[in-house]
Write a protein that binds this ligand. Structure first.
Ligand code: NAG
Ligand code: NAG
Length: 197
């Protein structure tokens, strides 16, 4: 009987500890004032608007060709790096601490791998950088663990004939980008001494 009571108490304690971990993780992502010193910063970029879902139909595309002498394809790949402004970085908190945004870092890695495939003399094409990018994508995809269902078996699909895939729900990346754009403009103002009151 005594042991049972002890087990009950221990279970209750374990549950409390677990609850604490979960709620402190959650409260880190909720909006509150952060100092941006040490570990005191939110898990995700606090967005200025509610992040809605948008639908996107995946399809094979004639854009983003792998052809280094095609100026249109080159510009399309370049566009991965053009938007949002500020090279994927945001400056947050009173000291304007620098952070990267994961999805933009992912885009940078895709762009780098396209460079590496097409031009071995490009500075992004070193084995070290390609390896960093492959591992970064591997780990961030693992972390995202996207469990969206895809119809059919892609290993036997003829992508020349079957060009349209599922429509899926995505985070509205434009909302993320527009917050990033606003942050970079704020940072330019900060650097030029125009502090918000
Ligand atoms: C690559 O692009 C160039 C310029 O647009 C074009 O002339 C050439 O045919 C393309 N090569 C391939 C393999 O599509
Ligand atoms: C490959 O990259 C090097 C270094 O950036 C550059 O000088 C060269 O023009 C590139 N080659 C092509 C075909 O774009």
């Amino acid at each position: 009987m005594k042991t049972q009571v002890l087990i009950c108490v221990l279970n209750a304690l374990a549950a409390l500890v677990l609850l604490n971990v979960v709620s402190s993780t959650l409260s880190r992502s909720r909006s509150r004032a952060y100092t941006y010193v040490g570990d005191d910063y939110p898990i995700e970029l606090p967005l200025e608007e509610k992040l809605l879902l948008v639908s996107m139909t995946l399809e094979e595309t004639v854009h983003y060709e792998l052809n280094i002498s095609d100026p249109v394809a080159e510009r399309e790949w370049d566009s991965l790096m053009l938007y949002p402004r500020g090279f994927g970085r945001v400056h947050l908190g009173p000291e304007r601490r620098v952070f990267n945004i994961v999805f933009w870092h992912q885009m940078h890695c895709l762009r780098s791998m396209e460079r590496a495939i097409q031009n071995r003399s490009h500075p992004f094409s070193t084995p070290g950088h390609v390896r960093h990018c492959l591992n970064y994508l591997r780990q961030t995809f693992l972390c995202g663990a996207d469990h969206t269902l895809e119809d059919g078996d892609f290993t036997i699909q003829n992508f020349e004939m079957e060009r349209i895939a599922d429509t899926r729900m995505c985070k509205d990346w434009e909302a993320v980008e527009s917050t990033m754009n606003r942050k970079i403009l704020e940072f330019f103002d900060f650097r030029h001494g125009k502090h918000p009151s």
